[in-house]
Design a protein around this ligand. Structure first.
Ligand SMILES: Cc1cc2nc3c(=O)[nH]c(=O)nc-3n(C[C@H](O)[C@H](O)[C@H](O)COP(=O)(O)OP(=O)(O)OC[C@H]3O[C@@H](n4cnc5c(N)ncnc54)[C@H](O)[C@@H]3O)c2cc1C
Length: 619
């Protein structure tokens, strides 16, 4: 341990994660806090990090208010409908009213936007999506962050938040390590914005072995956004609301542009429209929600899953008609080249030409995130002018720990933010964090040397476990004294898959399975004390796994608490197969006691701030 160098950095605002939300936060923090010291810490390199690393083909959240295309109210209705009634409408409205200004900045900064030749407006892919040549999306927003922050630390993974020792429940910074140099980094900060992305790889992926990294959500999204706040006792919401995606099989290529722009459609193996066949059965489960327009994403998944269970798979996307048009064929391929090159490679390697073969679709393993079509994440304060008292405690996007803010995938309850909305939420959080500091709420923070040194010991322990334990084996990777990160990861995925509703059980779980899953997760937590890492890269894998496991415990607790099947197609509670609005038209909120590790759960009221009268007009 003596060999490990400690690097100290004191700052005003610390941004953890330089993805879409983190870059937005760094940019906006500078705008409001001209003289503040702003630091951004990123596990990878912000030029190509996070879910947008490879680029995107569409910005999925743009109102188009300047042209009267949509208003924020419309977006709230849309997200509420898609999430079966349960969203934080204050957060959604707040993001939606600001998101256009973020997109206009991307345009100014040089992001190639597609335009409608007739109207001159941004080219719409759907009601909310606009099309871009988005390979350069991430480097462009990274540049804005680099110009705004005092310093960007790349290749530093944050493992723990520091807490103020002079005032209860106030954040004091964060610690982590550089996975190339091995240096220990201490960031003492007045306010921390967690923007560390969602969680993939906590459920067993469909692609295993040689295809292990092939998941829909970025495989490096490891749940730090949830584990960091959970570990210090911040409240979380809707963590049961994991998401399952219908995507092209094996490459996870997105289907949005195919449905919306190419007007392709799905069919079962017999060439039948299967969705309508499941209408009556779905109505039995969820009542009128099946009649909403557009049909909520989870319910479309439900029909897919049932049809495959009934033995009429594979489900295919009918591309052979649209691809006869050379223009649409070009768009179909380009759609992947700008954001999911792997899908094009998979098709090439499997001899699939979508002009002549209708490619298979699949439903993915579940993911946990707060920025896509789902709501998992931290329980945060909303904006002063919109939020009812239960949703407001002083500063926009502040978690239930003072001085700790969140944005993007971190924040729960506000679905359908996507890239532009996450960047916008980073801006909102940063503006509030600056105000928090200016209001002198972060004075006299005390983070002792001891607190940092204690973390240093904990963080590097896996290296020590390996160094000592490897002497007991003569070859191979199985040790009596430690488990390797990959072994622990596979155990976690198996537990989550079998007990918490993964692909292996057709997304089904129940009270007994969840309780057993919690027991197995607790044992895994104990065993993770003995995880071994052979180098700094594996040390990162070890900490990624620890964050995934804590996130998984929270997901499982939430899934156990909500005694209904609110989102069939995302997961099923076999012991409560129906949606139950009478008892569960509410948000779920959890808190893990940092001292005991025990979770407590409660129901939080759901406020409908936007009226419902035009609900069915969103398309
Ligand atoms: C496959 C896919 C397709 C998508 N398609 C679209 C689309 O077409 N249009 C659209 O608008 N949106 C799309 N999205 C959604 C969009 O990418 C996300 O909404 C957005 O990136 C979320 O922003 P974020 O900052 O919360 O997370 P991210 O952008 O993922 O950023 C998180 C950052 O935190 C870093 N990090 C994680 N843990 C740590 C740690 N412990 N310490 C330090 N750094 C850490 C990560 O390296 C990463 O850079 C898509 C997402 C995916 C995965």
């Amino acid at each position: 341990m003596a060999k490990i160098k400690t690097v100290y950095e004191d700052c005003d605002i610390l941004v953890v994660g330089g993805g879409m939300a983190g870059t937005g936060a760094a940019f906006e923090a500078r705008h409001w806090g001209r003289d503040l010291k702003i630091i951004c810490v990123e596990k990878a390199n912000i030029d190509r990090s996070g879910a947008v690393a490879q680029g995107l083909y569409a910005i999925n959240c743009y109102m188009g208010m300047q042209w009267g295309e949509n208003q924020p109210e419309d977006h709230v209705r849309y997200a509420r409908n898609d999430l079966m009634g349960l969203v934080r409408e204050d957060l959604g409205y707040d993001m939606a009213r600001h998101v256009d200004s973020s997109v206009h900045m991307f345009d100014e900064w040089g992001l190639p936007m597609m335009r409608n030749e007739k109207t001159g407006r941004y080219l719409r892919e759907g009601k909310w999506q606009i099309m871009i040549h988005g390979e350069s999306y991430k480097p462009i927003v990274a540049e804005a962050a680099k110009k705004s922050a005092d310093k960007i630390y790349n290749r530093v993974m944050i493992t723990h938040l520091l807490m103020d020792e002079s005032k209860d429940n106030r954040v004091g910074g964060a610690v982590g390590f550089n996975m190339r140099t091995g240096n220990f980094h201490v960031f003492r900060a007045k306010a921390v914005i967690v923007a560390a992305g969602g969680a993939s790889h906590i459920f067993k992926p469909r692609a295993v072995g040689e295809g292990m990294g092939r998941t829909w959500y970025a495989p490096w999204s490891n749940g730090s956004a949830y584990a960091l706040p959970i570990a210090v006792g911040a409240k979380m919401t809707q963590m049961e609301n994991r998401i399952v995606l219908t995507r092209f099989k094996d490459g996870y290529g997105p289907v949005g542009a195919y449905f919306l722009h190419l007007k392709t459609y799905t069919q079962n193996a017999n060439g039948e429209n299967y969705e309508e066949k499941w209408y009556d059965q779905t109505k039995e489960l969820v009542g009128d929600y099946i009649d909403h327009t557009p049909v909520p994403t989870c319910l479309r998944n439900h029909a897919f899953i049932e049809e495959v269970k009934a033995g009429r798979g594979p489900i295919q996307m009918v591309t052979t008609e649209a691809f006869q048009d050379p223009h649409l064929e070009e768009i179909g391929w380009e759609n992947f080249l700008g954001m999911t090159v792997g899908q094009a490679v998979v098709w090439a390697s499997q001899d699939i030409d979508p002009k002549y073969t209708n490619p298979e679709l699949t439903t993915s393993e579940p993911y946990v995130m707060g920025s896509h079509a789902t709501c998992s994440g931290a329980w945060v304060s909303g904006p002063e002018d919109l939020s009812p008292p239960e949703y407001f405690w002083g500063y926009n996007r502040m978690l239930t720990v003072d001085g700790l803010f969140g944005a993007g995938d971190t924040v729960g309850g506000s679905a359908h933010k996507f890239s532009s909305g996450s960047f916008t939420e980073g801006r909102l959080a940063a503006k509030a964090a600056v105000k928090y500091i200016e209001d002198l709420k972060a004075e006299d923070i005390n983070v002792s040397e001891k607190q940092c040194e204690d973390f240093k010991e904990v963080i590097y322990k896996p290296l020590e476990n390996y160094t000592i334990g490897q002497n007991e084996i003569t070859g191979g990777t199985v040790s009596p004294s430690y488990i390797l990160p990959i072994q622990g990861l596979q155990r976690l995925q198996k537990i989550m898959d079998e007990y918490v509703g993964g692909v292996g059980v057709n997304y089904m779980t129940n009270d007994n399975l969840l309780k057993r899953g919690l027991e197995l997760l607790a044992t895994l937590q104990e065993d993770l004390e003995h995880i071994g890492a052979e180098d700094y890269h594996q040390l990162m894998r070890a900490w990624e796994l620890k964050h995934r496991t804590l996130t998984s415990q929270c997901v499982t607790e939430h899934t156990l608490f909500r005694e209904e099947t609110r989102w069939p197609g995302y997961y099923y509670r076999g012991d409560h197969m129906k949606l139950d609005d009478e008892n569960w038209h509410c948000l779920t909120v959890s808190r893990r006691d940092p001292k005991t590790g025990k979770f407590t759960l409660e129901k939080a009221p759901l406020y409908h701030i936007v009226d419902e009268k035009e609900e069915n007009e969103s398309a």
